[in-house]
Unconditional design. Sequence first.
Length: 252
Amino acid sequence: MKVSYDNYQSVRNALMAALTVLLVGAVVAFVYGVLSPAHRDALLSFAASWPAVLVSFGLVPAAGLIAFILVEFLEIHDRYDSYVTGWRGTFDVDVILARLYAPFAAEYPTRFMREASRHRGTFMERLFYAFAGDRDGSIRKNLQVRFWERALVYWLTQLIELVLLVLLIALTGYRLAYPPQTVDDDRYPFWVTAILLLLAINRLLVRAARGAVRVATIDEVDSIVTDHLADLRSRFEQLAGEYGIARRANPL
């Protein structure tokens, strides 16, 4: 049975499962591939001394709990995308809101777009998410599903990048704190090379996935303009009134 990703919650559930796998893989790689035998044995011995209830909890459930907190409550995928990657702010204004404004450019001055840039969240909520949101979305279902499927892939690449960066930081910190006794014991060059290679490959996937999200989003915007123009016009009139934006005296 094919899983359908038709809303944000279904995407978050998939991201939580994926992040659980990534965290388990990162811990296993660090413990068995990076730690020296002495440190690994000491860590495993320490873990075995924990209370039975903690030992029985296990690595996978622990990783699942961390993934749940990071995705469900902190929305780490969205925050990383917003504050580190930082492409969506420009895309929201220059593409989404600009395309929604285009049918009314003859009626409203460019000040409308300046206000949209200053109050991006409000304008996006009223003009875009009112049509494309999960609860009251009125755009075609196939467009919503296609967007969420592509958003899932994009956010997954963000999580992969984040886990790899954390692993690289942990690896570097361990290497500085516990330098190897001999050159043969130094696993740092191998792991750094492997992680950097994975980051480079993932960066290519990020670009491809981001492009797919852009296309899917533009299709949603065009659907709003085509299928809900009257409602969109009403929303423009409301926002223009709230922000004191006068209509052009002689619209073309």
